[in-house]
Design a protein around this ligand. Sequence first.
Ligand SMILES: NC(=O)c1ccc[n+]([C@@H]2O[C@H](COP(=O)([O-])OP(=O)(O)OC[C@H]3O[C@@H](n4cnc5c(N)ncnc54)[C@H](OP(=O)(O)O)[C@@H]3O)[C@@H](O)[C@H]2O)c1
Length: 279
Amino acid sequence: MFIKIFLITYRYKLTVISIIGGGTIGSSIAIPLKRSGFEVIVTRRNTAVLKHLESYGISVMSDNKTASKEADVVFLTLKPVDIIPEVRKIEENIRGKLLISMAAAIPLKLIKDAAPHSIVVRAMTNIAAKVGAGFTPFCVDDGDQEVAKRASSILSALGEVYLVEEKYMDALTALSGSGPAYILTIIEAMMYGGLKLGLPRDLALKASYQTVMGSAKLLAESGEHPSELKEKVITPGGTTIDGIYELEDARVRTAIMKAIEVSTMKANKISESIKKLEQ
Ligand SMILES: NC(=O)c1ccc[n+]([C@@H]2O[C@H](COP(=O)([O-])OP(=O)(O)OC[C@H]3O[C@@H](n4cnc5c(N)ncnc54)[C@H](OP(=O)(O)O)[C@@H]3O)[C@@H](O)[C@H]2O)c1
């Protein structure tokens, strides 16, 4: 009987994930990871603001060494500048473990240099991970397929995952990592358009975000190009073309392209300054 219980417990020992840095993104990923069946520990210095996570069965602490010792997998969700100093402090406790950095702009090599005995993955999710609808591109050291499979099975808790080469990570940080901020700006602008015309606030907001969600779902499921779908909305001489004319006049597409370009350049700049600090 005892042996049977021991075997059942052993077989079902849950993977423990520790998230170092429970700020915006750290606390956002904690919930879907817990819901996917992992044991989750989140750290930050001011633990009082993480109390709400305890109601999900997530443990909260301020001690990164204990958290990383307890863990099978460690996520790093600290500010980029804090990543390498913190990795050095926990290095002994993360040997042989999967270490997933979610930080913008920190190259795999820098993390690997600080934690040479860990299995290092660099990933970039977005805030939609909180509701399991994130997009998480990630890259692995030396393109190791076994590591990629393991990382993918964990990161899938956050939404869609995509294995990429590291050279694409800064651009993806700008596009899909920061992307929710751009899309939310557009949703807000659409809502304001509705308010200007006297629509009730709730209706204007719902009409705006449902339209964005519906357009994205249609795009994903139809397999058609955005231009083809857009053409279907633009009736010759109809109402939409007048709106499109204004958007083109305001160079909205150029502005969005520039936003992604300058955000990528900023990631490159942060990366360079951190590499210099580490020299
Ligand atoms: N925000 C996003 O949408 C997003 C998306 C993808 C990736 N990221 C990446 O995620 C990382 C964090 O960004 P964020 O927006 O979540 O920033 P944030 O809200 O400032 O989170 C960082 C957290 O780290 C904690 N912290 C600082 N020093 C610590 C230490 N020694 N030990 C444990 N915790 C510590 C801070 O809390 P205390 O001061 O209480 O310790 C803070 O809550 C960045 O590298 C960013 O590039 C962010």
